[in-house]
Design a protein around this ligand. Structure first.
Ligand SMILES: Cc1cc2nc3c(=O)[nH]c(=O)nc-3n(C[C@H](O)[C@H](O)[C@H](O)COP(=O)(O)OP(=O)(O)OC[C@H]3O[C@@H](n4cnc5c(N)ncnc54)[C@H](O)[C@@H]3O)c2cc1C
Length: 201
């Protein structure tokens, strides 16, 4: 069992945690430990469907100290004439940059990815190492919203034995499997084409 001293323990490294961390580190001298079971910061964006995009302009999302995107207006596609909407990949790359280039270099943030928070200041890493954090100020639960995307759970309805159940957002991933390609009817192929062309949210 290892023990760490910190002012704050933040559970989760999703959008909410990253915004909190960014402000905390910018405006105070606090030392923070961040624990997340994912391999990278960004929360559910790291597991969302492959063609996901923000539903709002990139400029209105992310952390205070760094803009997401360049505030450009899309010149083509279904979002033509409107402010850019970051893709899931761009959102993940952005949070990775914020963590590695802004937060960690301060020397006041200790980030533990692939680690499970167990409660009462304790967490365990994927490698099985146990840690206890002695927190002088607050444990911040940034998992509070309990975001659950379909990719993170089985269907919430019964599926008959022998039936292949693929939710619409998972179609691109299924298409990558050759057995699915073989079994696909031309109607389904048209759906794939529509997704590829429109890449809607
Ligand atoms: C498809 C989709 C599109 C969206 N688009 C938009 C948009 O355009 N604009 C907008 O404002 N919002 C959007 N949202 C809402 C989105 O949920 C929020 O913007 C935000 O990303 C939620 O962040 P969060 O930090 O609250 O939660 P999460 O992203 O769920 O992060 C919580 C983190 O906590 C970690 N965690 C949980 N329990 C533990 C534990 N015991 N130990 C260790 N780690 C743990 C998880 O691994 C996760 O990384 C969208 C949501 C979805 C699903």
């Amino acid at each position: 069992m290892h023990t760490i001293e910190a002012d704050y323990l933040v559970v989760g490294a999703g959008a909410m945690a990253m915004a909190f961390l960014d402000t905390l580190v910018s405006e105070t001298e606090a030392r923070v430990v961040v624990v997340d079971r994912n391999h990278a910061p960004g929360g559910h964006w790291t597991t969302a469907y492959p063609f996901v995009r923000l539903h709002q302009p990139s400029a209105f999302y992310g952390v205070n100290s760094l803009s997401l995107g360049r505030g450009t207006i899309d010149q083509a596609g279904w979002n033509e004439g409107l402010y850019e909407l970051a893709t899931g990949g761009e959102v993940c790359a952005y949070y990775d940059h914020v963590m590695r280039q802004q937060l960690l270099p301060t020397g006041r943030v200790s980030y533990f990815p692939m680690s499970e928070y167990l409660g009462a200041g304790r967490f365990v890493t994927l490698a099985g190492t146990d840690y206890t954090v002695n927190v002088t100020r607050r444990v911040v639960d940034a998992t509070y919203m309990r975001v659950l995307v379909p990719a993170m759970r089985p269907p919430p309805y019964p599926v008959a034995t022998g039936t292949t159940c693929v939710p619409p957002n998972d179609l691109p991933r299924s298409w990558e499997s050759t057995s699915m390609k073989r079994r696909c009817s031309s109607k389904i192929r048209n759906i794939f084409r529509t997704i590829a062309q429109d890449s809607f949210c």
